[in-house]
Write a protein that binds this ligand. Structure first.
Ligand code: F6R
Length: 609
């Protein structure tokens, strides 16, 4: 996720560009830049760090001009730096582009362009677009942009500016948002409405594949082939604060709803076109490399630790390599057995959690080879680890982690399939089957998100209970842990997760009449066993809400309510089963009047031990 803006009109462009980017900083904030045409040439100013650094950099020599574009970055390809910040230019400096998204085929395009003599300045995927435009430009800016679009694969929203046509900006989108604000003698472009809401409320919301030529007094929209599109003006009637949250009441709810897109971003660049394998171009592991490990450690905190537990299951099941999972704050103090035959994986959304970072450093000191799974490019953990896999979930603002968890699960799953491919521990047909299921996940998350009314009702009905239990076996137990953590941290309800089979060894004493028990029963391999445990709590008059797969017609006979999630492979169902639990936590917190995005005593990033 990044934020992009554009301006063309009769006023100075820079003030709007900076104002718009300020409103979009929630979309990314590791570097920022603007490009303005000053009547002769395009001036580009960029700076690593938050927007404040860019403002400081241009203070005293603010670029002057009536047309410009800007960008606030959330790095995906290439660490945060001045050079990797957008806008990106071609070799001549005549074309500039800002981009939000991922160009999946950038490496092959880059190779071809380098062979043709293009010189690249950054490590980004975006820069290929500027050079491609230069390569394809034959005197018609718009035609060249259309040619570029034919050659790039991936997700994007893009704004182009050219020194040869300084009266227009061209913008387009595929799977990422873009809105055009209609002013009086001026027009605006932005990733999101908050950037333009103080300037105009009259907008066009672009659809995938539409291309808009935006001048100061006209907006001409066509489809990718150039056929004109008639669009309705969308009048924005939200206030600025609601607009920043995309119309949602809280960032947490917005991020819950961003999951289909976030997991698509995580997975789609890493699935081979023929659907037969997972491609981890960031790793390039070999059989020899994998065979050199006796053991893998996964170390993390909180929600990331819960993702690690699922990761252990995936890796052990699919590759038969032993995996140990540990809480980062415990790991260092128990003399872990680590050596040069250990692969240490740390999982961290922020990449800054100090316990996780310390565990990573300790394992390096002991000789382990290290891999980070993180969401933040250039974070301390990303820099410290030997290798990194980015989850590409976009910034997570709410303290309670949601899209980070599901994208970590997707990453772990893909990593396990990738490793199994190298070790030849997974049959090709099974690999295809799993990848086919994986591809369905974004749409299935959307489906699970639609089933919200019963969850709101449960939250109202049980939201004032002081104790809730979450039970499950196998992968269901791992998800139960995450469900309980979500409920605790934002609604302050005492929630305990238990391995369903372990209840009878003590905890069953706490199960009394009316206690809500959320029972996950999505794992067919342990289904009958879980059912017995559900009967045990039902016999003590607990109120049981079951979470089951769509094809389950059995569970409803034994529980008070059932929430069904779409059918998928047993391995992938945790990614769907967690959705109702996230929603339940959210609506329980709302019922209790809690500050969802800023729960008491908690911080988004824990940089103290
Ligand atoms: C819970 C939550 C925390 C984090 C934990 C680790 O919703 O967000 O438990 O998962 O603090 O943070 P990262 O992943 O940034 O290392």
């Amino acid at each position: 996720m990044c934020g992009i803006v554009g301006y063309v009109g009769t006023n100075q462009a820079t003030p709007f560009l900076i104002e718009g980017l300020t409103k979009l900083e929630y979309r990314g904030y590791d570097s920022a830049g603007i490009a303005v045409f000053d009547g002769e040439k395009i001036i580009v100013e960029k700076s690593v760090g938050r927007l404040a650094s860019l403002k400081e950099k241009i203070a005293g020599h603010v670029p002057q001009g009536l047309i410009g574009i800007g960008h606030t970055r959330w790095a995906t390809h290439g660490r945060p730096s001045d050079l990797n910040a957008h806008p990106h230019t071609d070799c001549s400096g005549d074309f500039v582009v800002v981009h939000n998204g991922i160009i999946e085929n950038y490496l092959s395009l880059k190779e071809k362009l380098i062979k043709k003599g293009h010189v690249f300045k950054s490590e980004t995927d975006t820069e290929v677009i500027a050079h491609l435009l230069e390569e394809l430009y034959k005197g018609d800016f718009e035609a060249a942009v259309r040619e570029v679009l034919k050659r790039i694969d991936g997700s994007y929203s893009l704004v182009f500016m050219s020194r040869n046509d300084p009266d227009k900006l061209i913008c387009t989108k595929q799977d990422n948002p873009l809105v055009i604000g209609l002013g009086d003698g001026e027009n605006f472009i932005a990733s999101d409405i908050p950037a333009i809401i103080t300037r105009t409320r009259r907008t066009y919301i672009l659809n995938d594949g539409e291309v808009a030529v935006v001048k100061k007094d006209s907006v001409w929209i066509t489809d990718r082939e150039g056929i004109p599109v008639t669009k309705k003006i969308f009048e924005v009637n939200w206030n600025a604060e609601a607009a920043e949250k995309g119309g949602y009441e809280h960032f947490m709810l917005k991020e819950i709803h961003e999951q289909p897109k976030a997991v698509r971003n995580t997975m789609s660049p890493r699935i081979a076109k023929d659907g037969a394998s997972i491609v981890m171009s960031e790793l390039k592991w070999t059989r020899e490399y994998l065979d050199s490990f006796e053991k893998i450690f996964i170390v993390a905190c909180g929600t990331a630790y819960h993702a690690g537990l699922v990761g252990k299951y995936y890796i052990e099941k699919l590759t038969r390599i032993p995996v140990e999972v540990d809480i980062a704050s415990e790991f260092r103090y128990r003399s872990p057995i680590i050596n040069d035959r250990t692969l240490m994986m740390v999982v961290s959304q922020s990449g800054e959690t100090s316990d996780t970072l310390a565990a990573l450093k300790e394992s390096k000191r002991l000789g382990a080879r290290t891999l980070a799974i993180t969401n933040v490019v250039g974070s301390s953990i990303a820099r410290e680890a030997d290798q990194v896999i980015y989850t590409w979930a976009g910034p997570e603002i709410a303290v309670a982690s949601t899209k980070a968890y599901t994208t970590q699960l997707i990453t772990m799953f893909m990593l396990a399939v990738y490793m199994a491919g190298i070790k030849e521990t997974l049959a090709p047909e099974r690999t295809r089957e799993l990848i086919a299921c994986l591809r369905e996940i974004p749409a299935q998350i959307s489906e699970a998100l639609e089933d919200v009314e019963p969850i709101k009702t449960f939250a109202k009905e049980y939201g004032f209970n002081e104790d809730v239990f979450f039970i499950g076996r196998s992968l269901d137990y791992d998800v139960a842990m995450e469900g309980a953590l979500k409920l605790k941290e934002i609604s302050y309800i005492h929630a305990e997760s238990y391995a369903a089979g372990e209840l009878k060894h003590g905890t069953l004493a706490l199960i009394v009449e009316g206690i809500p028990v959320i029972a996950l029963a999505t794992q067919k391999s342990v289904y009958e066993k879980t059912l017995s445990n559900i009967k045990e709590v039902k016999a003590r008059d607990a109120i049981v809400i079951g979470i089951a797969a769509q094809d389950d017609n059995e569970l409803e006979k034994y529980v008070d309510h059932v929430i069904k999630v779409p059918q998928t492979d047993e391995l992938l169902i945790p990614i769907l089963a967690v959705i109702p639990l996230q929603l339940l936590a959210y609506y329980a917190a709302i019922t209790r009047g809690c500050d969802v995005d800023k729960p008491r005593n908690l911080a988004k990033s824990v940089t103290v031990e």
